[in-house]
Design a protein around this ligand. Structure first.
Ligand SMILES: Cc1cc2nc3c(=O)[nH]c(=O)nc-3n(C[C@H](O)[C@H](O)[C@H](O)COP(=O)(O)OP(=O)(O)OC[C@H]3O[C@@H](n4cnc5c(N)ncnc54)[C@H](O)[C@@H]3O)c2cc1C
Length: 81
């Protein structure tokens, strides 16, 4: 028997939204989860991308961890929404 996945919508693809999606996909459970991440801007990463200045490379580096989460392909990102 196939069951539909439990569908979750997360609003905002800043660090909080992406880490929440990451934890939900990794959590131990006995059912499938499908996560859709909605971002109103054209690109993800929120204030880490748009607010933190380039002369703070250590903070900006968080983006590399966030990219790895999105690159896994198990979280759908809808930008400009
Ligand atoms: C100038 C500056 C310097 C900073 N320096 C540091 C620092 O040195 N160290 C540090 O730890 N933190 C720093 N921060 C804070 C860091 O940027 C935030 O802690 C972090 O970005 C918060 O993540 P968040 O996901 O909660 O929110 P955000 O980064 O604000 O992400 C929220 C996302 O949700 C989207 N969104 C909001 N409403 C909607 C909606 N209705 N529909 C769709 N999308 C929506 C936004 O477009 C955004 O992309 C700094 C911030 C600024 C502005």
């Amino acid at each position: 028997m196939t069951t539909n996945p439990f569908r979750v919508a997360i609003v905002g693809a800043g660090p909080a939204g992406i880490y929440a999606a990451d934890l939900l996909t990794k959590a131990e459970r006995d059912f499938e989860v499908s996560i859709d991440l909605f971002e109103r801007l054209p690109t993800p990463f929120g204030l880490v991308r748009y607010g933190v200045a380039p002369d703070h490379p250590r903070i900006k580096g968080i983006i590399n961890a966030l990219i790895k989460v999105l690159d896994r392909g198990d979280i759908r990102l809808f930008s400009n929404v």
